[in-house]
Write a protein of this length. Structure first.
Length: 277
């Protein structure tokens, strides 16, 4: 993807350029094979209500279980998947797997909402709402147990088209969250009329909340904003008790972070749901 790499390319020697292209090509082929051979799988990270510490939902986070290299995190292959278009297949896989999981846990008596990350490419597919409608039917999933996460940057690329997509998705009964809130091309403008369900505040607003008064002010005003807009507010990346104590827990619907749980394999989530259920 020459355009995206832009001017940095000129700074590379021919040999380096060749090597990096070769590596990309290699990784892309490995990823193509991984999709075909089902080496991708979903981990799930609980979102926890601060007051009663109950798990209110889980976020699906894709992992690549490579036969030689072990578990590869998404940041190492999603960018390549986005450049090569493979991301559409990955998102399809993740959506289907998440829906099957919702159905399975529901059958076991633990109906729990799963939140799924969408790529910009997937979000902009005209047929996405139809695809989701079909999926919900085939996998027998109650729509309100599925939530889709999009980012501000995705919304800001084309606010009109985004509003239409979100409306169609929500008309199915599926929920929509804004992920990494506060880090994209933040604009309050879209919040005026956008039909979303929740805001997920990015973890850069919790990182240094104990030592930086500005961070604390921004974090809590974002929590207040979401609350006053009647949205669910989820704070991401809470790692310590001190961080937790710095946020307005009455206005925050849930937190998602290592302090409570890391992303876990399906089996461990199931144990957790059964224990708490
Ligand atoms: P995200 O959607 O913002 O997901 C949250 C990320 O923060 C996850 O990283 C999670 O493991 C991490 N995290 C959660 N709590 C903590 C914490 O307390 N401390 C720290 N340091 N990190 C925490 P992960 O799983 O590596 O995913 C990274 C990103 O990759 C995701 O960010 C999302 O943008 C993307 N991604 C993950 N799964 C998928 C997928 O299925 N499809 C697409 N298109 N993108 C995905
Ligand atoms: Mg997310
Ligand atoms: Mg996030
Ligand atoms: Mg994200």
């Amino acid at each position: 993807h020459a355009k995206k790499q832009g001017k940095n390319n000129y700074e590379l020697s021919k040999a380096e350029l060749h090597a990096s292209n070769f590596e990309r090509f290699h990784l892309e082929n490995m990823l193509r094979k991984a999709i075909k051979e089902e080496q991708l799988e979903l981990f799930y990270q609980p979102q926890v209500n601060i007051v009663d510490e109950k798990v209110v939902a889980v976020e699906a986070l894709v992992r690549w279980r490579h036969p030689e290299y072990g578990i590869i995190p998404p940041n190492e292959f999603i960018p390549i998947a986005e450049d090569s278009g493979l991301i559409l297949e990955i998102d399809d896989f993740v959506l289907r797997k998440a829906c099957q999981q919702i159905h399975h846990w529901k059958q076991l008596g633990n109906p729990i909402r799963i939140s799924v990350n969408l790529s910009a490419q997937q979000f902009m597919q005209k047929n996405l709402p139809d695809k989701i409608a079909t999926l919900l039917k085939i996998e027998k999933v109650p729509p309100n147990l599925l939530e889709l996460e999009i980012t501000e940057s995705m919304v800001m690329q084309d606010t009109k088209m985004s509003a239409i997509q979100i409306e169609k998705i929500r008309a199915l009964g599926v929920k929509v969250a804004i992920d990494d809130f506060g880090t994209g091309h933040s604009s309050y403008q879209y919040l005026k009329n956008f039909p979303i369900d929740s805001l997920k505040i990015d973890r850069i607003f919790i990182n240094d909340v104990e030592t930086n008064r500005n961070t604390k002010a921004i974090l809590n005003s974002m929590i207040n904003l979401g609350h006053d807009l009647n949205l669910q507010v989820i704070v991401e990346g809470v790692e310590t008790e001190e961080q937790l104590s710095n946020l307005d827990s009455k206005k925050c619907s849930a937190v998602q972070g290592y302090y409570f749980y890391k992303p876990m394999e399906t089996g461990r989530i199931q144990e957790l749901l059964e224990r708490k259920g």
